[in-house]
Design a protein. Sequence first.
Length: 210
Amino acid sequence: MRTDFAGVVSYFLDQAEQAGVQHVTYLSAHGMEHGPAEVAHRAVELDLMSRSSVTHSIIRPAWFMQNFSETFLKPVDDQIVVPNGTGAEAFVDAEDIASVAAATLAEPERHADRAYTPTGPESLTLDEAAQIISVAVGRTIVYRDTDRNEWVEAMVRSGVPAEYGAVLRTLTETIADGRGAQPNDDVLTATGAAPISFAAFAAKTAPAWK
């Protein structure tokens, strides 16, 4: 949950170049091509693009499906509480993100200087995601929208660094404003396989909610 990592990554890239590394695959964040240069994710992207001795691939995924089983979208008392309004997102399975990364590292010449935005095959609201999880676990899971300021403050009180609370604010505002990730063919293009559906993820992950 750091937001000040650009300098550390730049130092690492210096060492990689000196060691003869020829290709770097970087996990960035969705929409970061539009981000200002002072944001760490974008700063690393620009750093990579400026290095002529290495090729690169940049991965800017949609929200992880695993957020529902491991982090801040996980149901508590059978409720998913997050200030996303009625906005939708093309949630992507982390396994698909890993598959795209593996493809770029296995065939760097094919993926050199490419950017991918891995998404799932469909856009879902949080309410629709809750309904799919309900089917997977055999009980009712509901989505409850909430006040964003109160939610961010609660995240910080629970241990999230204050500067990362600002990141969570931006992420949830993006979804609520209708600017969430839209489905695309990047997983298929990079790997040759269709992305995992949310229903398949929920069925596989059901034990995490039971």
